[in-house]
Ligand binder design. Structure first.
Ligand code: GUN
Length: 283
């Protein structure tokens, strides 16, 4: 049996159509939702992500402000920029594109972001809200993963989920959101003993490793839902996920492609966070 391919572009379109209506309603109240992105340095992948985020804003009627800062920006200059945007009434949501250049302290930078303007849900206040299951801003990729699973009709309650990767951006928050949906969650990482045997028991596998082809067909329980968060550039320039798509699709029940899976819904969720921040501001 061949897996159902979960279409992230279609899911993102649906979210964005709903957001466009909410943006119109805000505009009737005289509010244009505004998202600011700070990009420090010239990481080529980050440049592409930031360009895509700004374009997505424009297509949804959201005002975007992109601040490009040089590689040699100091911690104090970055903090000053964040604080200036915190006070900009035209901006309702702000993100600092990660990773930052090595000399900068990410945690200290994120601490400067006003939690109400935190587009990524990375501030301590929002991370704490996620941990405790209270109201807050959710990180975009994890929120998008849940959206994709629910949209595809994958049963979450009581399912065994294996999350591969324990980053603050994807692995940890995805595990918490799956737990909130009453899944039984195992978080695997580089020190996990016999990772393949853990993953092969899972009904839902989320791969956020950063290594092309890391998840192979022999690790996948027949019928499992496989969500591929990886975006890896191959030697020939092509993009590949963390999952051996061509083989795993023969075993899995559902699978997300790369590109066209998690990426588009991640951006849609960023827009949702921006619109929700503007709606909260309007109240
Ligand atoms: N770098 C990779 N993913 C993300 C993300 O979701 N937000 C930010 N700010 N930086 C990232």
């Amino acid at each position: 049996m061949s897996a159902t391919i979960i279409d992230g572009k279609a899911a993102a379109e649906k979210v964005r159509a709903g957001l466009a209506e909410r943006v119109l309603r805000l505009k009737q109240k005289g509010i244009v939702p505004g998202l600011a992105v700070i990009l420090v340095g010239d990481n080529p992948a980050s440049q592409i992500y930031v360009r895509n985020k700004a374009r997505a804003c424009e297509n949804t009627g959201i005002h975007s402000r992109v601040e490009r800062m040089p590689e040699n920006t100091t911690q104090e200059q970055l903090h000053a920029m964040i604080r200036e945007i915190n006070g900009d009434p035209a901006i309702h949501a702000l993100l600092v594109q990660l990773p930052l250049p090595g000399h900068l302290n990410e945690a200290e930078a994120l601490r400067q972001i006003l939690p109400a303007k935190d587009a990524d849900g990375f501030t301590l206040a929002n991370a704490g809200a996620l941990l405790t299951g209270t109201k807050g801003v959710l990180p975009c990729t994890p929120r998008g993963i849940i959206e994709l699973l629910k949209g595809a009709g994958v049963p979450l309650q009581g399912a065994h989920a294996a999350v591969i990767g324990r980053s603050n951006i994807v692995g940890k928050p995805t595990a918490l959101l799956l737990l909130r949906e009453n899944a039984t969650v195992t978080v695997c990482h580089s020190r996990t003993r016999d990772l393949a045997s853990v993953v092969s028991k899972a009904d839902i596998v989320v791969a956020a490793v950063g290594r092309p082809g890391f998840v192979t067909a022999d690790m996948i329980k027949p019928g499992a839902a496989v969500i591929d968060v990886g975006i890896n550039r191959l030697g020939d320039g092509r993009l590949a996920g963390d999952v051996d798509f061509d083989r795993v699709r023969e075993t899995a029940g559902w699978i997300t492609p790369v590109p066209g899976g998690v990426g588009p819904v991640t951006i849609a969720m960023l827009l949702a966070n921006a619109v929700e921040a503007a709606e909260a501001y309007a109240r």
